[in-house]
Design a protein around this ligand. Structure first.
Ligand SMILES: C[S@@+](CC[C@H](N)C(=O)[O-])C[C@H]1O[C@@H](n2cnc3c(N)ncnc32)[C@H](O)[C@@H]1O
Length: 190
């Protein structure tokens, strides 16, 4: 079904608008003019929105752009490596004029050592329970007290089988503060 055909279905339009509004609420809750990291970038569409609305003084974009044989149903499992390379190149080109953007082509775990203290992090990389749990622990330490850690697909239950929700709920229980949930988005004020 084409994008335009999908938009003829009012129910789908409602869901699409709601998804975007939820994300917008998260963007508006991130500290502005600071240092942030988006973990899991894909083509950089959300990064562009973050740049425009959050106006960070530094924005780290972290993604390995690597084909995954393990997660074949993920968007990065369905694309061969040459396609992932093209997507990476397009992201470099897209943000080339923005000096505040630092693209790190590596996994979230590897990138940690190369990032500075953060005012916020947005977690949207590997959606498996183990990976989200590891990202929350690692990026939760990098975000300054009073900063924000948020992320996507809390309510989603696709190939990752509810792993995001489980990891987010457990992290909230561990730090003694449950996440705020906006539809599919989660947000911790640290
Ligand atoms: C859902 S997409 C990100 C979408 C993007 N945040 C947006 O809203 O436009 C997931 C991305 O996570 C990346 N990814 C997969 N494993 C990762 C990892 N271990 N660390 C960081 N990113 C990862 C994939 O390459 C893919 O680009």
């Amino acid at each position: 079904m084409s994008h335009w055909q999908k938009l003829r279905n009012p129910e789908r339009v409602k869901v699409a608008v709601k998804l975007r509004l939820d994300r917008l609420r998260v963007v508006m809750a991130l500290p502005r003019h600071g240092t942030g990291a988006e973990v899991g970038v894909w083509r950089g569409d959300f990064s562009a929105l973050l740049l425009r609305l959050n106006r960070p003084k530094r924005l780290f974009l972290v993604d390995p752009w690597a084909h995954s044989g393990e997660h074949q149903r993920a968007m990065y499992g369905r694309r061969a490596q040459p396609v992932m390379d093209e997507i990476y190149e397009s992201v470099l080109e897209r943000f080339a004029r923005h000096d505040q953007v630092v693209v790190r082509r590596e996994t979230s775990a590897d990138a940690i050592a190369n990032l500075s203290r953060l005012d916020w992090a947005y977690i949207d990389g590997d959606h498996t329970y183990e990976a989200v749990k590891a990202d929350l622990e690692a990026y939760g330490k990098l975000v300054r007290p009073g900063g924000v850690m948020a992320g996507d697909d809390y309510a989603g239950n696709a190939w990752w089988s509810g792993g995001v929700r489980q990891a987010v709920d457990e992290y909230g229980a561990r730090i003694g503060r449950p996440a705020k949930i906006f539809g599919n988005q989660f947000l911790f004020r640290l």
